[in-house]
Design a protein around this ligand. Sequence first.
Ligand code: ADP
Ligand code: ZN
Length: 806
Amino acid sequence: MKEIVEVAVGLPVSKTFPYLIPEKMRESIQIGMRVLVPFKGRKVTGFIIGLLNEAPKELEGKLREVEELLDEAPLLSLEMLRFYKWISDYYLYPLGEVIKTGLPPGLHLKSELILSLTAESKNSLIQGSLEPVQEKIFKEIERRGKVSLKKILRRFPKEVSKSQLFSWKKDGLIHIDVGIVGEEVKPKFEKIVHYQGGDLDQPLSKKQSEILEWVKMKKDVSYSELSKTFKSPLRALQNLQARGLLSISIKEVSRDQSVQPGLKAYPKPELTPDQEKVLSEILKGIRSRRFSPFLIHGVTGSGKTEIYLRAIEEVLAQEREAIVLVPEISLTPQLLSRFKDRFGENLALLHSGLGRGERYDQWRKVWRGEVKIVLGARSAIFAPFKNLGIIIVDEEHDPSYKQEEKLKYHARDLSVVRAKHSEATLLLGSATPSLESFHNAEKGRFHLLTLPERIEGRPLPHVELVDMRKEEGLLSEGLRRALQKNFEEKKQSLLFLNRRGFANFILCPECGFTFKCPNCSVTLTYHLRERSLQCHYCDYRTKAPGDCPTCKGHRLQGIGIGTERLEQEVKKIFPSIEVGRMDRDTTFRRRSHLQILKKLESGGIDILVGTQMIVKGHDFPNVTFVGVVSADTSLHFPDFRSGERTFQLLTQVAGRAGRGEDLGEVIIQTFNPDHYSIVKAKDHDFIGFYQEEIQFRKALEYPPFSRLINFRLVGNSEKRTRAMAEEMGRIGKDLLKKYGKGIEILGPSMAPFSKMRGKFRWQMLVKGKSSPWLHQFAKDLASRFKTQAKGVGVELDIDVDPVFIL
Ligand code: ADP
Ligand code: ZN
């Protein structure tokens, strides 16, 4: 029997550590279980990633013991562990933290310092002999009984410090102990009452017979439901149980809050010949039980989703499992109802909109093999299936697949890796594939499948560009006319603007003053309804003043428009038309999103104004006109992908028009009517766009012709962050001697958003032709830099394959 485990703790440490297994755990301990282990004076949750025969030589005799075994069965299979190790290596991120990212929240216990009062201080509280500050804090500790030191420091940041608390401990006023905190999410169980029937030997009380009748009618019913119907039913129930008329059992239940969408049913159609052709290729892949990667390039409305559903049917027939990834915002009721109509309850949902308990329950359904399909946003790539047959990534180009904080993984890229590990089929689908994926298809790494036409030969919408250099105001003459006409024909319209709020920023024309976020290097957006100025990055809010705070001028002006203003303008122009708005401000409440869509579906909205939220996943036959108020917002993004992003957005928005019987019309307003991203989007010409864009990437050696890693430095002090950036630059240059021409360094320079959430940001971009070579370089750089940066208060944040370099 093994005596030592290798443990990855869920902390930012780059190594894993061996621990001794106590005698009593040796029989039950397995790879993939969680343990509580002592670590730097605390107790933390770790994951067992290996079993060893003996301790490494240098640690012999010094090993500490595992404190507690937290699971009865492994949470992680060996296959998942292999996947997590790959991720940890590729993204230069600690293994324990990678695993933590992949698990639902609430599985992570750790120890903390806990405060409680001593008899002496309790006494002083009663006598009222304490100083005011002390009294306030002690009262808080007493109220909570036990409270973590961190919480008290957070609650009273000005009044008390850590050293102060420790000095009170020395004076015998408080206890400071190590305790375990963190609400662990547990499965939820319910008592279920069953009807057993049988003969009555003695008469029943009125209440007893009522309960018995009721349960008989329902057959099985949960205790919680029963106690809603009958007041304090416990005694009666126990009596009925004792007489064998009812029985009670315990069952695990799922906290399933997923909405029953209540939209139109989705019948299974006959496939079109194009769909048949594409599907038959995919079925060959699935039946081969080998890694089979496909890229489906299909225009919007060409029937890709139906292909996904059919492919999943085949995978289920083979008793294998399916992961379906969709961008966060397209987890729409419509998509959900299409899956539910086809697969019923054989489906788990994983996305960030779920509560902790719900998410945990959905995850457990997968883990226990109760469902065979997972539908979710990017984190669903970690669904713990054991026999995966297919991974589908819808709208594979979508930037929301990239996690932009902590572990900066790209779920589409991970889907390739996981499908390979599992010998599964991979389906990437999009009307506007990413340059990387299409390039991979060109090189033969992905098998390219095409759906060139919309279902039933419905034409793609007719798109017109309006040159805004020749127009005045917000909405061009043409756009107004089109909205009016569409309304008169009893059709619906979408109006897209990729910016929320009322005005982009507020300017004083007299002295030039603008309102900036105190934490970020951006201007504040004006929101009319709350009369507030808001930062869209850190959520800083402040009341909008009437006059300029510097020169006291009275002529403050809003510059640039957002969806809130657009809605108002449209209402002004068309007073008799129903206008709705969908953006983050109108959908922050749960289900408000669904309500807006339902209103659109039922015809209660004539014109829907919105941000990116209206772009995806919806399919409304009566929407025949789409207006793009400004195509230029994304074009001016300081990033090499801005052209690609613009093309994708415009194509997707335009794709919302005319999905029913009638021809769709689109008007795009722009100040750059000759830019190829805009022209090619107008012509629905992905290939044409790809050919131009790929030239540009090649000339500048940007991905897919190279790989990038962004080394970002983030610190509280401007000076130190800059100094460390320079230091990193020196280390980088020095390393180039060893790595030579294959690596190119850009920077260090100030990040495009040089301050964010109160922290200063610098960055250094490293480009490499070969990924392994670039990774080697990155590891060298990171480890040399980390020794230099110890204790300086500047953090290194590594972004491998950044999507946006901000
Ligand atoms: P995509 O995912 O490519 O945008 P969808 O799968 O949503 O396309 O299909 C577009 C529309 O065509 C949907 O309303 C869908 O119900 C319908 N549809 C898909 N396949 C067929 C088919 N074979 N016959 C009839 N209608 C279909
Ligand atoms: Zn801010």
